[in-house]
Design a protein around this ligand. Structure first.
Ligand SMILES: Nc1ncnc2c1ncn2[C@@H]1O[C@H](COP(=O)(O)OP(=O)(O)O)[C@@H](O)[C@H]1O
Ligand SMILES: [Mg+2]
Length: 234
């Protein structure tokens, strides 16, 4: 049976507006909890605030107001250096456009978050290769991203997201650039990531992709809502 654990992420009345004080609020008061082994899909139409919310949860952007607790710690008490360390060590990112570094081979792309955290050592390569093997990419270690299909590039990006053994994986439209058969394969790999103290937040506008998650929350005009009927316009 699926059991929810303590909250890894807790958001209380999070708001966000970009730019000046007369700009409209993009997030209008978000309350949300993500348990430490959760697999949550965040669904909403284009422009509803999904990426904005994901960037805040991923510590890539600050909320305008509200409280954000990461594993019980209020992030507003942390300075930029502590936030960078938290983001680098505890959060893994998977993006629609993969964002692999073109001049690095596959293994070095996977190892990149280790370089950023200043912890790269020779032995780490073995872990990168092991991860690539888990995602069916062990035979492509020496390849450059341009030599890979979109689905293969995304599998490298999944391995990269896992290299620091993060508590939270954020995936923003991870199948947005892939055909439906490849999307299915990628989602099967992503579905293996949550559990054992790791949560996954999957951002998608797509019902079939969201179906892989344990639960779905819906966002509309910057507010979380219950009920799929809100997505009729998709
Ligand atoms: N950096 C930004 N500056 C100004 N407005 C932005 C910025 N990023 C997003 N927005 C606006 O915020 C709203 C929500 O965008 P976004 O979070 O990207 O939605 P989604 O990911 O659901 O498509 C949109 O109206 C968008 O134009
Ligand atoms: Mg988006």
């Amino acid at each position: 049976m699926y059991v929810r654990h303590r909250p890894l992420i807790k958001l209380v009345n999070i708001t966000k507006r970009y730019g000046s004080e007369d700009a409209p609020f993009v997030l209008k008061g978000i309350d949300m909890e993500i348990a430490s082994n959760d697999f949550v899909a965040l669904r909403g139409v284009s422009g509803s605030g999904k990426t904005t919310l994901m960037n805040i949860i991923g510590l890539l952007d600050n909320p305008t107001a509200g409280n954000y607790y990461f594993n019980g710690d209020d992030i507003s008490d942390m300075n930029d250096d502590s936030l960078s360390v938290l983001r680098n060590k505890r959060v893994g990112f998977i993006f629609q456009s993969f964002y692999l570094i073109p001049y690095l081979n596959v293994v070095d792309n996977v190892l990149l978050p280790r370089f950023y955290s200043g912890e790269h050592m020779g032995a780490e390569k073995e872990r990168a290769v092991m991860l690539l093997d888990e995602f069916g990419m062990a035979d492509k270690c020496k390849s450059k991203p341009s030599e890979l299909s979109g689905g293969q590039q995304q599998r490298v990006a999944i391995a990269r997201a896992m290299i620091n053994n993060p508590d939270l994986i954020l995936a923003d439209e991870p199948t947005g650039q892939l055909d439906s058969a490849t999307s299915q394969t990628i989602m099967e790999y992503i579905a293996k990531l949550p559990g054992k103290g790791r949560a996954v937040l999957l951002v998608t506008h797509d019902a079939q992709t969201a179906g892989f998650a344990h639960r779905t929350v819906y966002i509309q005009d910057g507010l979380l809502k219950a009920g799929e009927d809100l997505l009729r316009e998709v």
